[in-house]
Design a protein around this ligand. Structure first.
Ligand code: 3HC
Ligand code: NAI
Length: 759
């Protein structure tokens, strides 16, 4: 069998095919190619059809089972091709089915795959679009797999808190070995056809009509015995250092999991394939699958999956959705400012095949920006090449660097990413509105400034919009799309559609200081600072939050980002220091508690990793490994003495409750203020932009799982003990929901009402 890239033969299959049923939702269609294919063998085509992604619902499964049986008993059929309708093989089991316990007479996916694999007639999977989860498991049950060059395969169940439960953990290792299977199944990553071919997951790649190619392939194989191609009876390829490989993989999985169960269960299922006969391995897989399915984590991850998809369905209060508002096509865009953010934004646009004009303020910054952008692009091109994709970095006309505003005359959209300075941003937007064509969209990447104030200096405020990317912008998936007072639905639609083209998760939010993400961060970070004033250490706070599932605690994040971000601006505005004005009580701002700790560290030149010292110490400036710093502990002790703060032992529970519940409380306030359209929006933002552990389902989902009355009672307790911290005062919406009996998250939006909506 050829492993080379092989175009389909391009010979038209002579019509007409005998069509036993027409294509319709939730049916597996049956076409008999019988006597028509090259006048030789008879190949039946079973097409899985359940739009949009041909997932396996109860009906689809039943139909697939029937049609496989049909093909098996039809004496005219010598081989079978299984494909999916509309150019997509299948995205796997219908996730919504997991919550229904009553499966009635539906066959299990595993039993249907077993039927396919046991067939004596060659079964060929023709993979177009995607074959994920149960979709790939069906393909692994087939005796051969042909894929289109643009197809992707994978077993992403781990990202839903479960594991491949229809034999994937037992068949894949028999096909490609343990190390590659562990990588694929414990990470759930998507694999492009070229890599899948290299790994041996698929047998052939075609560039044209995959189903036709599979039919020809099936025809060639129709008189070959299939025994050797049944993965259930294959031996796992053995390796001399298997024990070491497994040990190393377990360490890696544990390190990345941070309390997330599915990766380790995936690991166990794959390793079982090495030690157990196939049928016993399947039983082990099934047990682990059911254990995970009943865990709260699977519920949280599946909630997060649908919450994210709901962001695309966002509708205006008028009922018009950003989709019906018809996005404008963006062929040419400009990025102003090639610093930390601008560079990544250029790369994201280029990856979406949009021509970019990249602009800086002076030659020096332009050359630095050019160097950084080209290095990022080369790295991306290499990475994409390794997975069989292309990124044409040097195509003439695709990327132009400039210092000249006039180069922006014909762009369809501009993204400004200069310093966070309102006066500078206004100057730039004023200039843009005179230079750019009137229909150009003008976007700002501000982290918190007022979109309306920026729009007010332009001639076309309805074209102005916030597009808040996250750092590094070419990697991070989140894009907050900020809807200003004047922003048109078309501008929102265009930004959302551009985000999708760049592979981002766009979430539309209202205009307020910090929007959703950074506004939520405020109370959380404040609590972290107050806790170390009262007696905790940065290490204790970080460990508690890392134990909860964050990749990094707030103090490590602060060291990484730089303590001086924000501090410089506040210092310029005279807002730093213990007392403000000097005559007011220390550690207070307008009667509210204020922690000047970060200001004091910055004044001592402790900016974090970049200076080798911050909340932790590092072996050198730029060092990455944080070490506890005795100096800082001494400094905290002196600080508490100076301000007469009674030090107490603070429990891990108090750390978690104060940090997390104050954040959740702000979430309720954001919903009441109409800044987020629904709790799912807040959760999607926090998971994808702020490192909230996905297996906890986002802060609002987490609150509902803990119990809203528990969150309320804790907030009341901490608010009483800390009357000068308003963010601990329970939000009226939280109180209302508790009074209403704590309805589920899906009902909160309708209870908030739209009277305050900024969307
Ligand atoms: N179950 C139910 N619905 C699904 C689904 C699934 N497996 N996969 C996608 N959908 C739905 C989406 O919710 C969305 O519905 P909507 O239009 O009502 O919002 C619609 O299909 C289109 O999906 P996307 O918007 O996500 O389409 P994209 O083109 O952006 O992405 C995709 C396509 C990458 C395939 C993405 O949909 C995806 O990752 N799907 C999940 C794949 C997966 O995890 N499969 C494993 C399922 S579990 C399993 O198979 C268990 C088995 O081992 C026993
Ligand atoms: P940066 O300081 O790294 O880069 C800003 C760039 O803008 C510099 O290269 C500077 O030379 C250029 N610039 C300044 N004035 C200019 C002008 N008149 N014309 C052209 N270029 C000009 O800043 P960074 O971090 O990239 O931030 C940019 C914006 O993105 C800010 O509004 C910031 O708040 C926001 N942001 C930053 C994030 C981060 O993590 N750094 C995250 C999300 C948003």
């Amino acid at each position: 069998m050829s492993l080379a890239l092989k175009p389909s033969l391009g010979v038209a299959i002579p019509p007409p095919f005998t069509q036993y049923s027409s294509l319709q939702t939730d049916r597996v269609d049956w076409e008999s190619m019988a006597q028509y294919v090259l006048g030789k063998a008879a190949v039946a085509v079973i097409r899985i059809c359940n739009p949009p992604l041909n997932t396996f619902s109860a009906k689809t499964l039943l139909a697939l089972q029937q049609e496989v049986k049909h093909a098996n008993i039809d004496p005219t059929v010598k081989a079978v091709v299984i494909c999916g309708a509309n150019g997509k093989f299948s995205a796997g089991a219908d996730i919504k089915m997991f919550s229904s316990l009553d499966r009635g007479s539906t066959p299990s996916l595993g039993s249907v795959i077993d039927l396919i694999e046991k067939s004596d007639k060659p079964m060929v999977a023709a993979i177009e679009g995607v074959a994920f989860g149960g979709g790939l498991e069906v393909a692994l049950g087939c005796h051969y797999r042909i894929a289109h060059v643009q197809a992707r395969v994978g077993l992403p169940e781990v990202t839903l808190g479960i594991l491949p439960g229809a034999g994937g953990t037992q068949r894949l290792p028999r096909l490609i070995g343990i190390p590659a299977s562990l990588d694929i199944i414990t990470t759930g990553r998507h694999i492009w056809a070229a890599e899948a071919l290299k790994l041996g997951i698929i047998d052939e790649i075609v560039e044209e009509n995959t189903v036709e190619a599979a039919i020809r392939f099936a025809e060639r194989m129709s008189d070959h015995p299939v025994g050797l191609h049944r993965l259930c009876s294959k031996q796992i390829p053995s390796l001399p250092n298997m024990d070491a490989i497994i040990k190393e993989a377990l360490v890696k999985v544990k390190k990345q999991a941070r309390g997330y169960l599915a990766p380790e269960m995936c690991f166990q299922a794959v390793v079982a394939s090495l030690h157990l006969p196939f049928e016993e391995g399947l039983r082990k897989e099934r047990d682990l699958f059911h254990f995970l399915l009943s865990s709260g984590q699977a519920k949280a991850l599946q909630y997060a999956f649908f919450a994210q998809r709901n962001m695309e369905k966002w509708t205006l209060p008028s009922g018009a959705s950003w989709k019906t508002a018809a996005p404008k096509p963006i062929q040419r865009a400009a990025v102003i400012g090639l610093g930390t953010m601008g560079r990544g934004i250029v790369v994201s646009l280029m990856k979406a095949k949009i021509a970019v004009v990249a602009m800086e303020q002076d030659k020096n910054n332009l050359e630095q920006g050019r160097g950084a952008v080209m290095a990022l692009l080369d790295r991306e091109a290499l990475r994409m090449q390794q997975s069989g994709q292309t990124l044409d970095v040097h195509k003439p006309g695709l990327l132009h660097f400039t210092l000249d505003f006039n180069a922006l005359q014909d762009v369809d959209l501009v993204i400004e990413a200069v310093f966070e300075d309102m006066a500078l941003k206004k100057k730039i937007f004023h200039k843009l509105s005179t230079v750019c064509k009137p229909e150009a969209f003008l976007c700002t990447n501000t982290s918190c400034l007022d979109i309306d104030e920026i729009a007010a200096v332009t001639r076309h405020p309805h074209q102005v919009i916030g597009t808040h990317f996250f750092s590094p912008a070419h990697v991070m998936k989140l894009l907050e799309v900020i809807y200003g007072q004047h922003t048109s639905p078309t501008a929102i639609a265009t930004a959302m559609s551009l985000g999708k083209a760049m592979g981002k998760i766009g979430v539309v939010v209202g205009n307020c200081f910090g929007f959703v993400g950074n506004r939520l961060l405020g109370p959380f970070r404040d609590q972290a600072h107050f806790l170390i004033e009262e007696g905790s250490t940065p290490e204790e706070v970080d460990q508690a939050l890392e134990g909860f599932g964050f990749k990094m605690g707030p103090f490590q994040v602060s060291d990484l980002a730089g303590l001086d971000i924000g501090w410089r601006l506040r210092k310029e505005q005279g807002l730093t220091g213990a007392s403000l004005p000097l005559s007011t009580p220390p550690r207070k701002r307008g009667g509210r508690r204020y922690s000047p700790l970060l200001d004091f560290l910055c004044e001592k030149g402790r900016y974090g990793q970049k200076t080798g010292k911050g909340w932790y110490q590092y072996d050198k400036p730029g060092g990455r490994v944080p070490k506890s710093d005795p100096w800082l502990h001494g400094f905290l002790a002196d600080y508490r003495n100076t301000y007469n703060i009674t030090t107490r032992t603070i429990t891990q529970d108090e750390i978690l409750e104060r940090c997390l519940y104050s954040l959740v409380n702000e979430g309720f306030q954001i919903l009441s203020d109409g800044i987020a359209s629904c709790p799912e929006a807040i959760d999607t933002i926090y998971i994808n932009g702020y490192g909230w552990p996905r297996h906890r389902g986002g802060p609002m989902f987490y609150a509902s799982e803990v119990g809203l009355s528990v969150v309320l009672a804790k907030l009341q307790k901490y608010a009483e003990a800390n009357p000068d911290i308003p963010s601990l005062q329970p939000s009226p919406l939280l109180r209302k929901l508790v009074a209403l009996g704590s309805p589920p998250v899906s009902e909160w939006s309708s209870l908030v009402g739209s009277q305050n909506s900024k969307l």
